[in-house]
Design a binder for this molecule. Structure first.
Ligand SMILES: NC(=O)c1ccc[n+]([C@@H]2O[C@H](COP(=O)([O-])OP(=O)(O)OC[C@H]3O[C@@H](n4cnc5c(N)ncnc54)[C@H](O)[C@@H]3O)[C@@H](O)[C@H]2O)c1
Length: 325
């Protein structure tokens, strides 16, 4: 389990407010980024690559995975996603061909050398990111700006490994990237303002909505959302209210599309625990980061929510059943 699904917490709440598709062809780039790179073509990276290519503002998008089989998987994902847009009439075949034609798929890191901007979306593991940024810093031209899509790691720490702390930002996309409009753009104390401004402009270039945030755990969305899930779990711990009543309350009283415990089950209680434990350890003085007893107990028992069929609720695939007694 990784913390990579962290942003999905926000995704589920926000999805219904998003535009249908963000593909479009523009002719100008406010950021000035001509050639961009995407590292890691998994759940997030393939979407970033697709959206960047579909914006039409780049001469080329270099899509890098270290192993051919993962590169092929990422390419397949992008082709399928674009194929769906075409079959639904949301993208013309001509734009689809242009989009795919502008992506250069590679397992050779040196192809990223002369890019203007690189978005990294590899698995959420600091050791792995440390090695990657060390190699990347040595490989890329001085001008290349690095951006991490991390959900929970420190942008400043990664910037140190890259050797270019002034040319390093966070760009936190939401899942699914093709549909979710928001991108949190993260500035560390050392990020050059002009670099940040370019990254911010790039988010607009590719048809997303940027917001600015400091290098703080959870950035904006997850910093607000995760503690609210934890508070709901603490209410369960204290027996303040039932699982069902907590969820109904937030749906009907706060207008949320689903309650916090339903959402936690949907995302995965192991993911919630992983993130929370990381924050509790790293920020012991932050009162919003607490570990509910029921969360730990459920994960220890293997009840991880929707994916295991049991969490705060019983689940049959994607269909939620009754609360667990
Ligand atoms: N999943 C989400 O909802 C979500 C949302 C926002 C941000 N993020 C962040 O995005 C990043 C990626 O998450 P994901 O869910 O897409 O993960 P994922 O596991 O789906 O994809 C990661 C990809 O990185 C590749 N990879 C591994 N090591 C690599 C290396 N050294 N160089 C290049 N590629 C490498 C893997 O082959 C894989 O394709 C994480 O930092 C995560 O925190 C995830």
């Amino acid at each position: 389990m990784s913390s990579s699904a962290l942003a999905s917490f926000g995704s589920r709440l926000l999805l219904k407010h998003q535009a249908k598709s963000s593909h479009r062809f523009l002719s100008t780039s406010a950021s000035g980024f001509d050639k961009v790179g995407v590292i890691g073509l998994g759940l997030m990276g393939h979407g970033v690559c697709q959206v960047a290519a579909a914006s039409g503002v780049h001469s080329s998008v270099v899509a890098f995975e270290p192993e051919q089989k993962f590169l092929d998987l990422g390419k397949d994902r992008i082709e399928k996603s674009i194929g769906k847009l075409v079959s639904k009439g949301k993208m013309s075949q001509e734009d689809a061909d242009k989009t795919l034609g502008s992506i250069h798929f590679t397992t050779d890191m040196s192809d990223l050398k002369d890019t203007d901007f690189i978005v990294e979306a590899v698995i959420e593991n600091m050791d792995l990111k440390r090695d990657l940024y060390t190699s990347l810093g040595a490989t890329c031209d001085e001008k290349t700006i690095f951006a991490s899509n991390t959900s929970s790691l420190s942008i400043g720490e990664m910037a140190q490994f890259s050797g270019r702390t002034d040319r390093f930002v966070g760009v936190h996309f939401f899942n699914p990237v093709q549909l979710m409009k928001l991108v949190e753009v993260i500035k560390t104390d050392e990020t050059d303002q002009a670099v940040f401004d370019k990254a911010y402009a790039w988010v607009n270039d590719i048809g997303k909505v940027p917001v600015s945030c400091g290098d703080t755990p959870g950035f904006i969305v997850n910093r607000l959302l995760v503690p609210s899930l934890l508070q709901a779990m603490l209410m369960v711990d204290r027996n303040d209210a039932s699982v069902k009543d907590i969820d109904i309350s937030m749906q009907l009283g706060a207008g949320h599309p689903m309650g916090p415990l339903h959402l936690a089950d949907y995302i995965g209680l192991d993911t919630a625990l992983f993130i929370t434990q990381g924050w509790v350890e790293k920020y012991p003085d932050e009162p919003a980061f607490v570990l509910p007893k029921c969360l730990k107990e459920k994960v220890d028992a293997g009840d991880l929510g929707r994916k295991t069929g049991k969490g705060f609720y019983h689940w049959d695939g994607d269909k939620r059943g009754d609360p667990v007694a």
